[in-house]
Ligand binder design. Structure first.
Ligand SMILES: Nc1ncnc2c1ncn2[C@@H]1O[C@H](COP(=O)(O)OP(=O)(O)O)[C@@H](O)[C@H]1O
Ligand SMILES: [Mg+2]
Length: 272
């Protein structure tokens, strides 16, 4: 595929890519090997400021490993990520203030209530006591759980706990938020709330990386999408570019957008 959005420039902090996006995140040739297994095989892409960028791929494709390297949880075997001009591997402390991560596994103190969880994580991020409280209340309204702020989160459904997990990632007002499969195992009501929250964040100018194995979620939310399989990006572009690519490849009748494209490229379905 002609790649009109990839920008592998290693110079300068924020720059314009060839199609005019202001690049906030520049992922450069990330590789991760676990023993003999190469889980991520040289992944590069850029995310424009204020974009919802979708990293789409089946289980085991390497999405979480990629995110974990992008946020500094995991040291890459090689490659780096530049976020807002700072290198994740060389200047992690400068990066951490600007990013929030919603991990694939829910991480909360279940015997604490949501306010306490948010204030606790806010303190870890160095948010002042006064701001922590204000910000915690604001975000609980945002994710629709303010009324239940005094209940221990162990009483919450999986979807509600996921929303608190998202709220925690926003307590320090990061400009760039990474979300790893936030809708897996979530009830439909929480799923809608999560989509609404993401759209509100986008409207506030927050840049978002969203991973999923549900192609319809990527089609609904994301303006730019990278499709990953077996550690590699196999297609990259705007939703329109990817769907046009599907149309070019199409030999028979059109069924479904990204799902069909994925099948054409790999011979597998996303949920194989
Ligand atoms: N800590 C680890 N040790 C060994 N193998 C791992 C580890 N983490 C992930 N893997 C392997 O790397 C591949 C990619 O995993 P992952 O990034 O979790 O994929 P995804 O998030 O797309 O489902 C899988 O084959 C997985 O088994
Ligand atoms: Mg994963």
């Amino acid at each position: 595929m002609q790649d009109s959005i990839r920008d592998t420039s290693k110079t300068g902090p924020i720059h314009l890519s060839r199609d005019g996006r202001t690049v906030e995140v520049n992922v450069q040739y990330l590789v991760k090997t676990f023993g003999k297994h190469e889980a991520v095989k040289g992944v590069s892409f850029t995310i424009g400021k204020g974009e919802i960028f979708g990293l789409l791929g089946p289980n085991g494709a390497g999405k979480s490993t990629t995110i974990n390297m992008m946020c500094g949880y995991l040291q890459p075997t090689s490659g780096d990520t530049i976020i807002n001009g700072f290198s994740v591997t060389k200047e992690p402390m400068k990066v951490k203030r600007n990013i929030g991560v919603v991990p694939q596994e829910i991480a909360l103190y279940k015997d604490l209530n949501s306010m306490e969880n948010l204030e606790f994580f806010g303190e870890i991020y160095g948010v002042s006591a006064k701001e922590r409280k204000e910000r915690a209340e604001e975000i609980l309204h945002f994710v629709g759980l303010y009324e239940r702020r005094k209940e221990p989160v162990e009483n919450f459904s999986g979807g509600m706990q996921r929303r608190i997990n998202m709220a925690i990632a926003m307590i320090h007002r990061p400009a760039f938020l990474m979300m790893d499969e936030p809708t897996v195992g979530v009830d439909p009501q929480s799923r809608e709330n999560i989509f609404d929250t993401i759209e509100k964040l986008r409207d506030q100018g927050i840049t978002i990386l969203y991973t999923t194995h549900y192609m319809e979620e990527a089609e609904r939310l994301c303006n730019h999408i990278a499709i990953m399989d077996e550690g590699c990006i196999i297609a990259l572009g705007t939703l329109e570019q990817l769907l046009a690519m599907r149309d070019q490849n199409r030999e028979v009748q059109r069924p479904h957008g990204l799902q069909e494209l994925f099948i054409q490229l790999t011979g597998k379905t996303l949920r194989d």
